[in-house]
Design a protein around this ligand. Structure first.
Ligand SMILES: O=P(O)(O)OC[C@H]1O[C@H](OP(=O)(O)OP(=O)(O)O)[C@H](O)[C@@H]1O
Ligand SMILES: O=c1cc[nH]c(=O)[nH]1
Ligand SMILES: [Mg+2]
Length: 210
């Protein structure tokens, strides 16, 4: 097992994930559930943030209490489907900056095609959490992480809802320095590169485009 991999198997999250997977779930419920799961995943994704003690006064006494310190955060959403997770995460991280990488997967080659890239100017100084619900072949995630490293980012993690073993292996080979968090590791990819059992096409289900 990849030492960089964390599977978040909290029962509440797993319950919601079951309904995300179900083909009977409507677009509005799918969107809401993805947002809710992403909020829960923030706790694991930010577990290693450093803190420092500051002096405060409660109504009862003065004390030293922890606040987040160190590098500032940036969430980077891989379009389109990453935006389904972004809203849930930003609710708990209102001060975080946000970048977007537009990638679509060519259905014939399963290679990612970049069509948009916009990140904060000071991204190399930030701790970056890349988000995309699906890690299938891993080609999109690997390309996004490489692109961010080209921009000088050194502190990176990747958060998804579902991962295929093939994608996890690709990510571990190309970016062994990047911690990966997922809500589940599924069985395999089918002949079209879709995760089995998966949840279908995350972008289409989030935005109702099919
Ligand atoms: O690991 P991979 O094999 O690269 O597949 C995963 C990618 O496929 C999906 O995006 P898609 O290309 O469908 O774009 P969309 O978000 O615009 O629907 C998904 O959101 C990932 O970005
Ligand atoms: O199963 C998959 C694989 C790639 N992209 C998706 O949206 N779903
Ligand atoms: Mg899609």
């Amino acid at each position: 097992m990849n030492p960089n991999l964390t599977v978040i198997d909290h029962p509440l999250l797993q319950h919601k994930l079951t309904y995300v997977r179900s083909a009977d779930t409507t677009t509005d419920n799918f969107r809401r559930l993805v947002r809710e799961i992403a909020s829960m995943m923030v706790y694991e994704a930010t577990r290693e943030l450093s803190t420092e003690l500051i002096e405060i006064t409660t109504p009862v006494a003065s004390c030293r209490a922890p606040v987040i310190s160190g590098k500032k955060l940036c969430l980077v959403s891989i379009l389109r489907a990453g935006n389904g997770m972004l809203d849930g995460m930003i609710e708990l991280l209102p001060g975080a900056r946000v970048g977007h990488i537009g990638l679509y997967r060519d259905p014939a080659t399963l290679q990612p095609v970049e069509y948009y890239f916009k990140v904060p100017e000071d991204i190399e100084e930030r701790q970056v959490i890349v988000i995309d619900p699906m890690l299938a072949t891993g080609n999109s995630a690997c390309a996004a992480l490489s692109r961010l490293k080209e921009e000088g980012v050194s502190s990176l993690s990747f958060v998804c809802l579902l991962a295929a073993p093939e994608g996890l292996a690709a990510l571990a080979a190309a970016h062994p320095d990047v911690p990966v968090m997922t809500a589940a590791v599924d069985s395999h990819l089918n002949e079209h590169g879709y995760i089995v059992p998966g949840l279908g096409d995350a972008g289409d289900r989030l935005f109702g485009t099919k």
